[in-house]
Design a protein around this ligand. Sequence first.
Ligand code: BTN
Length: 329
Amino acid sequence: MKNRILEELRANSGQPVSGEEISRRLGVSRTAVWKHISKLRSEGYSIESHTNSGYKLVGSPDILSSSELEPYLHTEFIGRNIIYLDSIDSTNTYAKKKAEGLFREGTVVVADEQTGGRGRLGRHWVSTKGKGIWMTLMLKPDILPSDAPKLSIVAALAVTNAIRSCCRLDAEIKWPNDIVAGGKKLCGILTEMSAEEDEIKYVIIGIGINANMDNDDFGQEVSSIATSVRIESGMPVSRKALAASVLFEFEQIYRVFTRDGSIKAFLEDYKSKSAVLGKEVRLISKKEEITGLAVDISEEGHLVVRLADGSYREIMSGEVSIRGMHGYI
Ligand code: BTN
């Protein structure tokens, strides 16, 4: 009912609409209308009360609910079904449970706050209320499970393009899928998959963008390696506009990718936005530590490193640290 009242207010585009008229159209009491208006106000909607003419919507909060995001969305299927949660432990955990059943391709789970946001390698992901874009895309691509890890490349390129076009910030990609600016991390991506033999059951892509986070939100330890779009660009970010732009960019690249599971068509673009290529890098895995010059990214999405002895190594996954990029582990 609350959303239908919001629709009534929106439909009147800035003109007041009387409580009596809303109650008549929606078949609820005037007291119920008043209660829902109060609830909308508490969620951040600015609604004026005019004694004779009724309620007028004068401002909407920057939240990522379906009705707020919809006017910004230019996609066909990504984000056309939004599950908006005020607070959740982790949108990835939520999406994973949901993906065990039937779901619509491109469903997006988005939360205003995560109380147990998950990062890679079991790390915690700081997800302050109202300050970031914490969302998970739910997909069932018709590609080989072995090609699914390349979706991290797709997502990283999409987020980078969106930040560049929306926020005028030259964000770069730290292979494979961290987005960085000013030597610190702006966004992290956590891709998880379930597959049976040659068939993907689902892929979920969790995207965490530090949109309007302040240094205090991260805490001392994390703020030495993390930053936000707002800190780097000096401008507050419209989460609605940025989230919609990420979904749009993602859909464009995902369409191309799912034709044959290849990243060839956009690999040069990805490489041109790399923070790693041409730099001295260090990779620490369970087995060994490698240092060398990052020279290329292969069509498999692997990082090609030239070692001191002149030999080449292809790295499939792992944490890269870039020499000179302080604080990265
Ligand atoms: C990383 O370690 O770099 C990955 C971070 C991924 C964070 C996002 S926020 C939305 C989604 N839900 C989670 O719990 N994690 C991902």
